[in-house]
Design a protein around this ligand. Structure first.
Ligand SMILES: NC(=O)c1ccc[n+]([C@@H]2O[C@H](COP(=O)([O-])OP(=O)(O)OC[C@H]3O[C@@H](n4cnc5c(N)ncnc54)[C@H](OP(=O)(O)O)[C@@H]3O)[C@@H](O)[C@H]2O)c1
Length: 304
């Protein structure tokens, strides 16, 4: 197993669903686990669950799960989260970009960006860039971005990334998940030595809270779906655990996984020009929201 008790894994969205489950499994296998959540109460409950599932602290106090509270709808908060992690955490071997959300109506973040795109793509983009020096210093290391098979329905309209026209919950979600796949592969292209790898994964259709932001009229339909066609949370977390631990995946980068299988992403997600364009646009949007990152000489984003 690649991930041993000497290694540290950080999982965003570690308070619920597949993020919490993956954190509990990895902790029980001996990894040092850090979770990030947006709600302090849920974060502390999740820490209790993770510790209990690991059977206490069989690997000692150094393996006590650690948490940070951060709302990904604020790029400033994500930036401060990165500052805190870089200050506190000596080594990081796996970063799991898992937090995700949907919004029934078009919602703008405090930074003025469409919330699905901001929470699901811009926040993990920023967090990853800020944590890259730590990942590089801890290499070999892995970046795992939890995307979705929904990415194949996504479009990347660079003239209207925030859906000023034609917002619809599923369209916005699909765009954000297409952005996840494009980001993961462009990140891999920018790390050619493969000491730090970057892959994306569709965990399967999992019975979690992800659709809690759906409109009220859709909820009975979603509940029906969930009970009939969706896999369990442990089954949905298994691909994250596999990507974090499997020795045979060492050095493998720029790939898309459909659950446990290396797979081919949709054509729109394999377009290197779109990936590069999205990267530039993401940098621009972050720099506009966080002027401290603005000057090319600031180096704070560590864009490679
Ligand atoms: N479930 C599926 O069928 C499915 C399919 C494909 C892909 N995925 C992806 O899997 C990932 C995990 O989702 P899940 O299914 O496990 O759903 P979930 O149970 O709703 O978990 C989502 C996690 O993200 C956190 N989160 C949401 N908004 C946030 C914000 N603004 N700031 C910080 N954290 C935030 C949630 O925090 P709270 O606990 O505070 O809500 C929760 O910990 C998502 O990226 C999702 O797109 C899920």
């Amino acid at each position: 197993m690649w991930l041993t008790h000497e290694k540290t894994v950080l999982i965003t969205g570690g308070t619920s669903g597949i993020g919490l489950e993956a954190a509990a499994v990895l902790a029980s296998q001996g990894a040092r686990v850090i979770i990030v959540g947006r709600n302090a109460g849920k974060v502390s409950m999740a820490l209790g669950v993770i510790e209990a599932r690991a059977g206490g602290l069989p690997y000692g106090e150094r393996h006590r799960p650690v948490s940070y509270v951060c709302d990904f709808s604020s790029l400033r908060a994500v930036d401060q989260l990165a500052d805190a992690i870089l200050r506190d955490v000596p080594a990081l071997h796996v970063l799991v970009n898992n937090a995700g959300s949907v919004f029934a109506r078009r919602t703008l973040t405090a930074d003025g960006y469409e919330a699905t795109f901001a929470v699901n793509h811009l926040a993990p983009f920023l967090l990853t860039q800020r944590l890259l020096p730590l990942l590089r210093a801890s290499a070999p290391a892995r970046i795992i971005t939890v995307a979705s098979a929904r990415h194949c329905k996504g479009t990347m309209d660079f003239t209207d990334l925030g859906f000023e026209r034609g917002y619809q919950i599923l369209r916005a979600y699909a765009r954000s998940k297409l952005a996840n796949v494009l980001f993961a592969s462009e990140q891999a292209r920018r790390l050619p030595d493969t000491l730090v790898t970057s892959n994306s994964v569709h965990p399967g259709r999992v019975a979690t809270n992800i659709w809690s932001g759906a409109p009220g009229w859709a909820k009975p339909i979603i509940r029906y779906w969930l009970s009939r066609t969706f896999i369990t949370v442990p089954e949905g977390a298994a691909p994250i655990v596999a990507l974090a631990t499997r020795s045979d995946l060492a050095g493998l980068t720029g790939q898309y996984f459909d659950r446990l299988d290396q797979s081919e992403a949709a054509p729109a997600a394999r377009d290197p020009e779109a990936a590069a364009h999205l990267w530039r646009e993401s940098e621009r949007l972050i720099q506009a929201a966080l002027p401290v990152h603005g000057g090319p000489s600031s180096g704070r984003l560590n864009i490679s």
